[in-house]
Write a protein that binds this ligand. Sequence first.
Ligand SMILES: [Zn+2]
Length: 338
Amino acid sequence: MNPRDRERYSRQILFTGIGEQGQQHLLDARVAVVGCGALGSFQAGALARAGVGFLRIIDRDYVELGNLQRQWLFDESDVEQSLPKAVAASRKIASLNSDIRVEPVAADLTPANVEDLLGGVDLIMDGTDNFETRYLINDYAVERGLPWIYGAAVGSYGIVMPVTPGASACLRCIYPDPPAGAQPTCETAGVLGPVTALIASLQVAAAMKLLCGAEPPRKITTVDVWTGEIRQIAQPGPVADCPACGRREFPYLNGERRAPVSLCGHNAVQIHERARPLELRDLAVRLAPLGTVRSNEFALRFEAPPYLLTIFPDGRAIIKGTTDVGVARSLYARYIGG
Ligand SMILES: [Zn+2]
């Protein structure tokens, strides 16, 4: 370790649970942050400050004004530039720790790219806002024997559970299937900044302990920052008939048919099954007579009231102004092509 690192991380090195050896483990570690909203942006910033040597930040969305209430890494200039969250986060991190490597990936994590995006990391941080992606992470992590830190927050409530395949219960040991029916989301129930920071902090602490070579807390922690209640139950070991760690079935990893996903925090639908590269400059010229077009190298935004389409170079689109998948599909076909 060089003198600059020794000074920068001195308070962590003094902490007996980490020490110089633990700090070296953190510097050597490779971590993927999946989703860079309230949880993920806090995780990315905190892990960068702690000196995790490589961070891959994966997020499919761009920064909006409604994010700033709880998404700690972003500011108004990111909103004005319509920057992808992954790009805005990595720029911010470069200014707070230029000694680590950050790789922004403006994409949706899918079965098709999961190996490219999560292969070669030591740990996966859950910063997602939907069960489909969490079950994909769990399948990949259990199949590969990779640890991941589950976390979720909505309203004033949140939950944390570190998963170490083989040593602890996985997500499907506890919840074999995603919850049925409509669930409260940040869009319907809102979400408080403090609960996201608390959940993300617990996730980061578990991650640091794990990366230093120690067992993370074997607990499932739930908190409600409004009532002040904090509950913990012991996390069981792997469940023998768990579909993932027991029976080794990985339907989310093998899943070819994915429905468009409604996004947390938006009246919006994402179309991602038509993945194909698009030339945004050509598309901007084509759409200009039909509505207001704004574009940069990362995305093109096309306003055709009451809809707002954000189109990415990989062919993905987020269609705002509807939760109707059929309407979203037809707008995609009309403006981008079927
Ligand atoms: Zn399991």
